[in-house]
Design a protein around this ligand. Structure first.
Ligand code: APR
Length: 230
């Protein structure tokens, strides 16, 4: 029998127990930083050094973090399901936990690209500095989707979401669009689950089960529930 297609949309909450800050919880990243100063094209034009420093720091944080039981739990689901992860996270904790199908909607912290040609993308483990250039001679910038920039992978993500037999959301406040709208592309009657420490409000999702727990515990609960609909 072929495996059911399980689509999982993840956000910062799944990496919180790995020690990476979320954005909008109290003590979240956006409490200490002004989005407009570090995560917009305007910020990059005004003070690229500050922007690079912000992402260099985040790259170091991710390098020091490890996947937690929630990342591992989702990777293990590949035994029984055809799992596709759509993550808003720029960390690589899903990869390191062993998940094999991952779409990074908002970019990846371990990649950088030419500021002039977005097709020139490179791996980066250390810092990006002013004066570091791509092969076209242009300054290198983080391979991150900033606010006000288009989310180029959203159409592919929406197409994937529409193929779901089961749709799961883990650790996202569902306030940032277009990512937050993906759940609406899942077929109306497909079972949906939201795992979150504090489940966000969603309007009229049919066949929805909420699991209000930290991600590590919540994904364990989710796996028990999924046993019944394999
Ligand atoms: N376990 C499960 N959920 C948690 C945990 C935890 N341990 N800790 C926090 N959460 C939940 C919060 O309740 C909240 O619903 O994770 C969510 C985090 O929400 P945000 O901080 O808004 O993060 P996210 O939804 O990923 O943000 C979306 O916004 O700033 C941009 O590009 C950035 O990709 C990011 C996007």
């Amino acid at each position: 029998m072929s495996k059911k297609k399980l689509i999982v949309l993840t956000g910062a909450g799944i990496s919180a127990e790995s020690g990476l800050k979320t954005f909008r919880d109290s003590d979240g990243l956006w409490e200490g930083y002004d989005i407009a100063e570090v995560a917009t094209p305007r910020a990059w034009r005004k003070d690229p050094k500050l922007v690079l420093e912000f992402y260099n720091m985040r790259r170091r944080n991710v390098a020091e973090a490890n996947p937690n039981a929630a990342h591992f739990g989702l990777a293990e689901l590949e035994k029984d399901f055809d799992v596709q992860i759509i993550t808003q996270n720029i960390d690589d904790l899903h990869e390191r936990a062993g998940s094999t199908n991952i779409l990074h909607l908002h970019g990846e912290i371990f990649k950088m690209r030419s500021e002039a040609d977005e097709s020139l993308v490179y791996e980066i483990r250390g810092d990006i500095n002013i004066g570091d250039t791509a092969e076209d001679g242009a300054q290198l910038r983080p391979h991150i989707v900033w606010f006000e920039e288009p989310v180029t992978l959203i159409e592919e993500a929406a197409r994937i979401a529409s193929t779901a037999d089961i749709f799961v959301v883990v650790g996202t406040s569902l306030v940032v669009y277009p990512a937050a709208g993906l759940v609406n592309y899942a077929p109306i009657d497909c079972p949906k689950f939201i795992v979150d420490k504090k489940v966000p409000y969603t309007s009229s999702l049919y066949n929805l089960t909420t699991i209000e727990k930290p991600a590590t515990e919540g994904v364990k609960k989710l796996k028990e529930k999924l046993k019944n609909i394999m």
